[in-house]
Design a protein around this ligand. Structure first.
Ligand code: MN
Length: 240
């Protein structure tokens, strides 16, 4: 039970941090896999992340069914989380956000690539999932398992997939790392866009494959506790 309370408290903090850092606004969400039951996950009810408290955290099956809703309304896009947890046993936290600077990379064919050291956590490939490919004219939301599974397939073994005209989905080994990746996803996109503006005809030197290998291992593996240091900093800034 202690583990469950810890997971929920960490998830609440993660909600506040992502809101405070501008990764999510009224929309977007973060989930955590249940510590004892890999076939369940925790996710807030349909509320803006900045307002989320422990009482808002609901438990779901991987199919996105609430275990005991207690009258609370779930997010429409909870299937993103269920489908990623279902397809990736290594994943313990999922973020879905509409991080603004990421959107242009999902609609132009311009690849989002690690451009600074902490952006190395984005990995070797950031694929783009286009809902229109399989589902035609929709409201662009992921509202059932079929759509969630299609998105999870695009994520594959990567850390991030962009969602065309919508946002991004992040698959991470912990809540803290999911927050780290979400924050640096936005910053990396911002810096890449700036570099593209000033480079003229010159090529950009992105992180090399070897550098991506080393940095992502460091960040995702929590080498040197730097992710705890970042977590403490973001908690303080968010007042949690
Ligand atoms: Mn969305």
């Amino acid at each position: 039970m202690a583990d469950i309370k810890e997971t929920i408290d960490e998830l609440v903090a993660a909600n506040r941090i992502l809101a405070n850092e501008g990764v999510v606004d009224a929309f977007g969400h973060i989930s955590a896999r249940h510590p004892d039951r890999p076939d369940r996950f925790f996710l807030s009810c349909s509320r803006s992340p900045e307002l989320v408290s422990a009482d808002d955290i609901m438990e779901f099956t991987l199919e996105g069914e609430p275990v005991d809703a207690k009258g609370r309304r779930p997010y429409l896009e909870r299937f993103i989380h269920g489908a990623v947890f279902e397809s990736r046993p290594d994943v313990r936290s999922v973020v879905h956000c509409h991080s603004p600077t990421v959107i242009p990379f999902g609609v132009t064919g311009e690849k989002l690539r690690p451009i600074m050291h902490n952006g190395g956590c984005l990995g070797h490939d950031v694929p783009v999932w286009d809902v229109d490919d399989k589902f035609g004219s929709t409201n662009l939301l992921v509202i059932n398992m079929e759509m969630g599974r299609d998105l999870a397939k695009t994520i594959g073994n990567n850390t991030v997939a962009l969602m065309r005209g919508h946002g991004a989905a992040i698959a991470a080994p912990s809540v803290r790392r999911a927050v780290f990746i979400a924050i640096y996803l936005e910053l990396n996109a911002e810096l890449q866009m700036k570099a593209m503006q000033i480079k003229g005809a010159k090529p950009i030197k992105f992180l090399t494959d070897g550098e991506i290998e080393v940095t992502s291992k460091m960040i995702l593996g929590n080498l040197g506790g730097s992710s705890d240091r970042a977590w403490e900093y973001w908690c303080r800034r968010a007042g949690v």
